[in-house]
Design a protein around this ligand. Structure first.
Ligand code: URP
Ligand code: ZN
Ligand code: ZN
Ligand code: ZN
Length: 467
C-alpha cells in the first residue's frame, strides 16, 4: 500500500538550496520536489496533505554523538534508547549515531552486540553506532575491519580518562593506521588525560572540590595539546581525523592550521559550548554540577572562536554529546569531589532549535544551519544522501519547522528523561511542528504520534567527508 504524502507550500531549506516547493513522499522516501503552485505540484493528488505555508521544510536532524544508557562512574546516563530517541524526535532529530563501548578485556563484537540489544525495538527514530575502542590490540585491530564492513565505520578513542577508555599514543597510531587501511574514521576525545589527572589530584588536595574546578583543571591548553598530537598522529598514519566536542579556541586554532595545510581534519562542537560557559559551572549550591562535561565549558571568550569556526568551516558539525545524568542521585555523587560528578549533559532535544536561534541571532545562515546539523554529519558518517537532505530518493525524514513560534526551554516541558534543563528559562524563536521519519509522522503538530520500534538500525557506509 503506497502511502503518498505531499508537504505543501513551505520553504524547503537544504544545505545547498532554499526554494518554495512541495515535496512528494511515497513509501517512506522523497519522490520529487516541485515549485509550489506549479502544474507538477498540482498534479499530486490522492495524497495526504501536510500544510507547510509560512513554515520551513527541512531535513530531519542527524545527531552524530549521543550516549543513551551509557555506563559511567558506577551509574548509567538517564535516557534509554526509548526516551532519548523520543526526545530527539520532539526536537526534529530523526537519526542518532550512538556510541557502543568495548569494555576493557572484552571484544568489539561483545560491546557492539550489547548496544544492538539495548536499542533493538526501542527507538522512535533511526539510529546507527560508532564504536568506542578502549583496548587496541591485534584482535581489536582485526575486528575494526569487520565492523567497517557491517556498517560501524567510525571509532572513538580517548586521550582522556586514564584507566577507563584511555589509549596511549602508540595505540592511537595503530588504530589510525588501521583506519587508513579500512576506510574507518577515527573520532578523538582530545584532552591530555594524564596531565589532567595530576591537576585533579592537586586541586582536591588543596580542598578545591566544587564543580567549577572541573573546568579549571581540564585546561584549554591541554585540549589544544591533545588536538595537535592527534592531528600529527593522523598525518603520520595517513588517516582522516574527526575531533569530537571541541570547546577551546586554542583547539580550533590547531584544526584551522591543519586544514590550512590541506589535511583531512574535522571538528565537531556542541550547543553547550556555544551557549553556556564557566559562569554556569560556577553556579552556587552545587548547581554547577549540571554543567559538568568533558571537554568542559569554557569562559565566554571562547564562544566567538567556535562561531567563527562554524562559519569558516574549520568546524563542520554540531552534535549534542547528549549524555544526561539527573541532578538528584547522579550528579550528586560528586558532592565534595568534582571528579566524581558523572560527566555529561542533556541536549538531544534542543540542538535544532538552539541552532535555529543562532540563525535568528546572525551567527550562521539558514543553509549553514542545515549543513552543520543535517547534511555534513550525514556525509561524515556515511549516511548521505539517505539522511541529511531532501532530494528524490532520500529517506522522507522531514521536519516542518515554524520559524516564528516562541518557546521557553524547561525541564517541566522537555521530553528527555532528566530532572533539569541546561537551558532552563531560555527563550527561543522557532519550534518543531511536525516530524516525518521515513514518511511516518512521529510528531504531528506538537503531539507525539510515533512509537518505540519504528526507528530502525541503519548501517553506514564509510565517511564521505569533504575536505
Ligand atoms: O562529558 C562527556 N562528554 N560525557 C560523555 C562521554 C564523552 O567523553 O563524550
Ligand atoms: Zn497553506
Ligand atoms: Zn568524549
Ligand atoms: Zn560523548
Amino acid at each position: 500500500s503506497a502511502v503518498r504524502t505531499v508537504v505543501r507550500g513551505g520553504l524547503v531549506v537544504t544545505a545547498a538550496d532554499e526554494m518554495h516547493a512541495d515535496v512528494l513522499v511515497e513509501d517512506g522516501r522523497v519522490v520529487a520536489l516541485a515549485a509550489t503552485g506549479s502544474d507538477t505540484a498540482a498534479s499530486w493528488t490522492d495524497a495526504r496533505v501536510m500544510d507547510a505555508h509560512q513554515k520551513y521544510v527541512i531535513p530531519g536532524g542527524v545527531d552524530g554523538h549521543t550516549h543513551m544508557e551509557m555506563p559511567f562512574g558506577g551509574t548509567y546516563s538517564a535516557d534509554t534508547f526509548e526516551t532519548g530517541t523520543r526526545a530527539a524526535a520532539w526536537g526534529g532529530t530523526t537519526t542518532i549515531v550512538d556510541f557502543a563501548i568495548q569494555s576493557v578485556g572484552g571484544s568489539l563484537r561483545e560491546g557492539l552486540d550489547t548496544w544492538y540489544a539495548k536499542a533493538d525495538g526501542k527507538c522512535a527514530v533511526d539510529y546507527g553506532f560508532h564504536m568506542i575502542v578502549s583496548d587496541v590490540n591485534e584482535d581489536t585491530l582485526k575486528e575494526m575491519d569487520l565492523l567497517v564492513s557491517e556498517g560501524v565505520t567510525s571509532f572513538k578513542q580517548f586521550m582522556a580518562y586514564p584507566g577507563v577508555f584511555y589509549s596511549d599514543d602508540g595505540q592511537i597510531l595503530r588504530a589510525m593506521q588501521r583506519a587508513a587501511d579500512n576506510g574507518g574514521l577515527i573520532m578523538m576525545h582530545a584532552e591530555n588525560g594524564i596531565a589532567i589527572d595530576v591537576l585533579v589530584e592537586q586541586a582536591l588536595a588543596r580542598g578545591e572540590t566544587d564543580p567549577r574546578f572541573h573546568g579549571e583543571v581540564r585546561k584549554a591548553l591541554l585540549e589544544a595539546e591533545a588536538t595537535h598530537r592527534a592531528i600529527r598522529l593522523a598525518q603520520v598514519a595517513g588517516a582522516p581525523l574527526y575531533v569530537v566536542h571541541v570547546s577551546a579556541r586554542e583547539a580550533v586554532a590547531e584544526l584551522a592550521r591543519a586544514r590550512d595545510e590541506g589535511l583531512p581534519v574535522f571538528g565537531e562542537t556542541c550547543p553547550q559550548y556555544l551557549f553556556l560557559s564557566t559562569d554556569n559551572l560556577a553556579e552556587p549550591d552545587f548547581e554547577g554540577a549540571k554543567y559538568v562535561c568533558s571537554t568542559p565549558l569554557r569562559p565566554k571568550e571562547h564562544q566567538a572562536a567556535l562561531w567563527r569556526g562554524l562559519r569558516t568551516n574549520d568546524l563542520q558539525v554540531v552534535s549534542t554529546d547528549h549524555c544526561p545524568f539527573c541532578f538528584s542521585g547522579q550528579k550528586e555523587l560528586g558532592r565534595g569531589d568534582f571528579s566524581k560528578i558523572p560527566n555529561g549533559m542533556p541536549g538531544v532535544e534542543h540542538r535544532m532549535d538552539l541552532l535555529h536561534q543562532a540563525v535568528v541571532d546572525g551567527h550562521i545562515s539558514r543553509r549553514r544551519w542545515i549543513e552543520i546539523a543535517c547534511a555534513t554529519p550525514a556525509r561524515m558518517f556515511g549516511l548521505y544522501p539517505k539522511k541529511g537532505t531532501i532530494a528524490p530518493g532520500a529517506d522522507a525524514d522531514i521536519v516542518i519547522y515554524d520559524p516564528h513560534a516562541e518557546q521557553t526551554l524547561s525541564a517541566t516541558t522537555h521530553h528527555m528523561n532528566v530532572d533539569y534543563s541546561a537551558y532552563e528559562g531560555k527563550r527561543l524563536t522557532g519550534r518543531v511542528e511536525t516530524v516525518l521519519s521515513r514518511g511516518e509522522p512521529v510528531i504531528t503538530e506538537r503531539e507525539f504520534t510515533g512509537r518505540a520500534g519504528h526507528g530502525t538500525y541503519t548501517p553506514r557506509g564509510t565517511s564521505q567527508y569533504l575536505n
